[in-house]
Design a protein around this ligand. Structure first.
Ligand code: PMP
Length: 375
């Protein structure tokens, strides 16, 4: 018996996380899909004021139901959540009872697995995909089944339906756009999988990068009125430029939000988090203001990589998967030696670069050209 007396399936496992390096070692940080633009002085002052207002009451627990924040998130989703979608009708209005939030969408999805997964139940996704999904399953003792994606990283509906029919999952995790490939899901795929899963389970469309999708690609929010088993998760970490806030949320049928209340820890969203997120939401237009610029920079990066003779996956997110390299670690290390930190993730031979400022992308391109000459 080893000590400490860990669950045997956790023995020897490294904690998940991209390398975090200080800015003096890696001045160009393009590894965790953050928004490179920080808040304005005005927004910073508003957040600081909001936190100062709750500070005198920190001897009390915060609002356990975070009503004001749920209302603000619902208003935000109803107003801006459909950006880039074809149509928005009154039936796509999101109310506060349809919204739930936690410390990052990672926590939202863990809570979903705590409520809807568990021993004897199965969760499914399609590889390559976000590497935290199997961890949610492991931590909640949910059986994990990984289907596969096509060569172009799309999901083949026949294959997906067959996986659902065979394993009868209680949770299907569908990121759109997918991490690390950037692939968005057509609404038809979401609809078909909601129908295939039926009342036996929930279909979670993880739209962490939803705001970056290309024009004409619809959000799964539009499908909520038609499917009571559909959950759409979002985060303030990416387009919203609030990774440090730790605020993720979802929209779903009110009964699903209610069910999560059974497994959430009491007061899981601190008063400071609630105040800061509410203040940030008041500055939504500013914080989301660089999304269009980042999409242009992303498309430019894809075109540039292809012009160098490399492969680059089509992306609806704020990152690009590119390759293929015989020794991707050497490329990753070569870039880091030139101060550019990207992510060694995805299928063998591929690397992922987050989209930064134009200057950061120029530094990445310059460093990659040097590295490619050396390998
Ligand atoms: N979903 C996907 C697909 C992600 O890539 C990430 C972050 N890397 C998350 C969810 C979680 O983000 P957060 O907890 O910051 O909301």
């Amino acid at each position: 018996m080893t000590w400490p007396p860990l669950r045997p399936e956790l023995a020897g496992i490294e904690p998940y996380g991209a390398p975090q390096l200080p800015a003096d070692r890696a001045p160009v940080q393009l590894n965790v899909n953050e928004n490179p633009y920080g808040p304005s002085a005005e927004c910073v002052a508003d957040i600081a004021r909001a936190v100062a207002e709750v500070a005198p009451t920190l001897n009390r627990y915060p609002d356990r139901e975070f009503v004001a924040l749920r209302e603000a998130l619902a208003a935000y989703l109803s107003r801006d959540g459909f950006r880039g979608s074809q149509a928005r009708t009154s039936t796509t209005e999101i109310s506060a009872e349809m919204v739930w939030a936690a410390n990052g969408s990672n926590e939202v999805m863990l809570q979903l697995l705590q409520a809807f997964g568990g021993p004897g139940r199965t969760a499914v996704s399609f590889a390559p995909t976000y590497s935290m999904y199997p961890e949610y399953a492991r931590d909640t003792a949910t059986t994990w089944v990984m289907g596969r994606r096509e060569e172009d990283f799309a999901i083949d509906l026949d294959h997906a339906r067959a996986v659902v029919a065979e394993h009868r999952p209680s949770v299907v995790l569908l990121p759109s756009p997918n991490n690390p490939t950037g692939t968005a899901l057509p609404p038809g795929t979401v609809t078909a999988l909601c129908e295939a899963v039926g009342d036996d389970g929930i279909v979670v469309v993880d739209e962490a990068y939803g705001e970056f999708r290309r024009a004409g690609v619809a959000s799964a929010l539009e499908l909520l009125p038609a499917h009571r088993n559909l959950v759409v998760t979002r985060t303030m970490s990416k387009a919203f430029a609030g990774a440090g806030l730790r605020l993720g949320y979802l929209a779903a049928h009110p009964a699903i939000c209610d069910a999560i209340r059974v497994v959430r820890l009491p007061y899981h969203l601190s008063a400071v988090t609630q105040a800061a997120a509410l203040a940030a939401l008041r500055h939504a237009p500013e914080l989301l203001g660089k999304v269009d610029e980042l999409r242009v920079e992303r498309d430019r990066t894809v075109a540039w990589l292809r012009a160098q003779g490399l492969e680059a996956a089509d992306s609806d997110a704020n990152f690009v998967l590119f390759g293929r390299f015989d020794d991707r670690h050497a490329v990753w290390q070569g870039l880091l030696d030139r101060g550019v930190l990207i992510r060694e993730t995805g299928p063998d031979g591929w690397l992922r670069v987050s989209v930064g400022t134009a200057e950061e992308m120029a530094a990445f391109q310059d460093a990659l050209l040097h590295v490619m000459k050396e390998i």
